[in-house]
Design a binder for this molecule. Structure first.
Ligand code: ZN
Length: 367
């Protein structure tokens, strides 16, 4: 209600927020959250006791959590039950005392360029393939969706319930969707865990995912890649593993800058897969060039902030970013000089200037 009111008065940024709609049992996934009462993992570690529902058998063992609870290093705060596909899940929100960790290579910096062709290209030269889970399942999903509509579907105008075949068809489609989501989540978790356990500093771009999803040709592929979730996981996992996440400004030209000499191109079409520098003649894979630029950015950020923590909790908020993180732009020709200069403002971009011990650091960004 507040968002709707603020949006009407113009006190809220972004697109207009509509009046809240009632949550419908038909439209939303079945879920229930318990915050009070007895929530505990049983001694056999195979059952969980929830208020009103009693003991429920778990598919996976809750051994790790139970050990922590017994040792006193974790406390269960709430439990959320939800159904996905045909399975019921319980998520336990816990307060956990984590042991302090350091990444395997604490001093190493890795730039991560996200994309659709490859899910990620690392500055080490490694390419993470994009598995395209949704595309892989789309044929099967189309067939299942067709089967659903060909059954006797529910119609509330004539008080008709869906047929048993409709329920079965619906169930098959839901399970396929859940499987795609599971595969995607698993792949992202393995990638982000590996990255944050190994490298001390991870540098990513601040992508405007919501904006990119409005591109009707790319939306499906961007949603399928899961950039938003990847960024979210990197933000908390770098913190867990004792590393830090540096987010490049949204307007930082990571693809257009030459990683060799620092020259910035004014135009670079998406179809140009290799970067060819007109200033120094460097020829490099486009995404690798961007990843290398992101790596270079991290050292400048560390310079400018003299070691202050630059990860930001959720890693998404622009306001927090401007307040907390300095993303310096590079001036052509001064790439390795140890000083950073001002880049002339590009289309609609203004520069914020912060003073530094020697010289000036510029923050690219909008007012
Ligand atoms: Zn160059």
């Amino acid at each position: 209600m507040k968002n709707w009111g603020d949006s009407r008065k113009g006190a809220r940024k972004g697109r207009l927020v509509g009046f809240p709609r009632l949550k419908s049992r038909r439209r939303s996934a079945p879920t229930v959250r318990f915050t009070t009462g007895v929530i505990r993992v049983e001694a056999d570690r195979r059952h969980i006791t929830l208020p009103r529902l009693g003991a429920l058998r778990l598919h996976e063992s809750a051994r790790k959590l139970a050990r922590r609870v017994e040792a006193g290093s974790a406390r269960i705060l709430s439990a959320t039950l939800r159904r996905e596909g045909r399975r019921w899940f319980v998520s336990l929100t816990c307060e956990v005392q984590r042991a302090t960790c350091i990444p395997a290579r604490a001093g190493s910096v890795v730039g991560v360029d996200l994309g659709v062709k490859h899910l990620a290209v690392l500055s080490t030269g490694e390419q993470i393939p994009n598995p395209h889970h949704l595309v892989a399942a789309s044929r099967r999903m189309r067939r299942l969706a067709r089967a659903v509509t060909r059954c006797v579907t529910p119609d509330r105008r004539v008080h008709r319930a869906g047929s048993k075949r409709w329920v079965r068809a619906q169930d098959a489609l839901a399970r396929t969707n859940a499987r795609v989501a599971n595969l995607r989540r698993n792949g992202l978790h393995q990638f982000t865990t590996r990255l944050t356990r190994e490298h001390g500093t991870v540098v990513v771009e601040d992508l405007n995912v919501a904006g990119m999803l409005r591109n009707r040709r790319l939306a499906r592929h961007i949603a399928d890649a899961g950039f938003g979730e990847l960024r979210r996981q990197l933000a908390y996992k770098t913190e867990w593993n004792g590393g830090r996440l540096v987010t490049a400004d949204r307007w930082y030209p990571s693809s257009k800058t030459c990683s060799g000499c620092g020259a910035v191109k004014t135009k670079l079409a998406l179809s140009e897969r290799t970067y060819a520098c007109t200033a120094c003649g460097l020829i490099l894979d486009r995404d690798l060039n961007a990843a290398l630029n992101l790596t270079a950015l991290a050292s400048e950020v560390a310079d400018a902030r003299s070691g202050r923590e630059s990860s930001n909790g959720r890693g998404a908020d622009r306001k927090t970013l401007l307040a907390g993180l300095v993303a310096a732009k590079r001036l052509p020709g001064t790439a390795k000089a140890g000083q950073t200069g001002t880049v002339p403002p590009q289309g609609g971009t203004t520069n914020r200037v912060l003073s530094k011990a020697h010289g000036t650091v510029t923050v690219g960004g909008r007012p």
